[in-house]
Design a protein around this ligand. Structure first.
Ligand code: RAM
Length: 353
């Protein structure tokens, strides 16, 4: 772990602490209710001046940066502010000390993409006890450690769509395939992989054989090496699914200068900007994703509505999510963004993220 960058993240968040802390202190001690009643009123109005902190799996991942910029956009639209604080690696417990430090700052709400469902749970529960609304997005944490979870796409749908796509791309939908994932603990990737394994049992996919799940830890270099390792270890490999933007771009970069370019299918979840050159040079035919910024935007509106008391996280509750319209809370506090988008040569230039 790069401690100096972690320190920098901590210092940055500590700098925010006075601002956020001052507002929180104001709310706690103020006898003038005008600035505070709306925060618990539940009357539909979102109070101005909300402070949120959002935490990506790790800093420096363009996907995560975009996603968290969506939280910031939502908060600004609502007259509040968001601050992004995160670790430099996606390790299971790298977020814990940062979560503890945010708790000290007492923002109104906290939004997290979890690196591990359970490692972060005690720290998140302590934060909620301190009065901060906790929202998970992108990569869920233990359900009792957050109020709602913004799911970018239905878990079953992501698993199914990824297998459907690899089947379409691998000639005759037959041969060995592998998965190049993020970290071994990643809640979102693990949920999708579980679905993929189930879907592969269906008759339609009986020609495909999953030979290995490799982990690139959402680290570009490690993912590149794992891709190289897969190709060497499985000479008959026909396709690789990387359900991570870091994995698919590193995997495609490896293939693009290897003799396997155009011979091994590389697909998965990627951002159009990271994948454009590999689609244009023929390394990648098609991949999928949702709009990451909208994941954060929806999380920002959910957080603000929780603080306002408009929702509590119960199934069936609804709220207005700005440009995304009305949203309904589903089972286990899940709020769904929408279906996957497919990207290929025909449409990749229509997207800029
Ligand atoms: C990576 C992260 C993120 C995931 C995307 C698809 O950027 O692992 O959590 O949702 O890929």
């Amino acid at each position: 772990m790069n401690t100096s960058r972690i320190t920098r993240a901590l210092v940055a968040s500590a700098a925010a602490a006075c601002l956020v802390g001052a507002v929180a202190a104001c709310q706690d001690s103020s006898s003038d209710s005008s600035s505070t009643t709306a925060k618990t009123g539940g009357g539909g109005e979102i109070p101005k001046g909300l402070k949120t902190v959002s935490m990506p799996k790790q800093l420096g991942n363009p996907y995560e940066e975009l996603e968290h910029s969506g939280v910031t956009e939502a908060m600004e639209e609502l007259g509040g502010t968001n601050r992004v604080v995160g670790p430099t690696d996606a390790g299971a417990s790298s977020q814990v000390p940062l979560i503890n430090s945010v708790t000290q700052q007492k923002p109104d709400a906290f939004i997290i993409a979890g690196n591990d469902p359970n490692a972060v749970a005690p720290a998140l529960k302590a934060m909620a006890k301190a009065g901060v609304k906790v929202v998970a997005m992108d990569s869920d944490v233990a359900p009792d450690a957050r109020t709602v979870f913004i799911n970018q796409a239905n878990t079953q749908g992501v698993g199914e769509d990824q297998i459907k796509l690899v089947c379409e791309l691998v000639p005759k939908c037959t041969g060995e395939i592998a998965i190049l994932s993020a970290t071994a603990n990643a809640p979102n990737q693990n949920a999708w992989i579980k679905v993929m394994k189930e879907v592969l049992k269906q008759d339609a996919y009986k020609g495909l054989k999953l030979v290995k799940v490799a982990y690139g830890d959402d680290d570009d270099q490690k993912s590149f090496q794992e891709m190289q390792g897969l190709v060497k270890a499985y000479p008959n490999l026909k396709g690789v699914i990387a359900p991570t933007t870091v994995g698919i771009s590193a995997g495609a970069r490896y293939l693009s200068t290897s003799p396997f370019k155009g011979k091994i299918v590389m697909t998965g979840l990627g951002t159009p900007n990271q994948m454009r050159k590999f689609v244009k040079d023929g390394t990648v035919t098609a991949f999928q994703l949702w709009n990451p910024k909208d994941v954060g935007y929806l999380a920002g509106f959910a957080a603000a509505n929780l603080v306002a008391g408009n929702i509590t996280g119960k199934e069936g509750e609804t709220f207005e999510a700005g440009k995304l319209g009305e949203r309904t809370i589903g089972k286990d506090g899940e709020i769904l963004l929408g279906p996957l988008q497919r990207f290929d040569k025909a449409n990749i230039d229509d997207f800029d993220f």
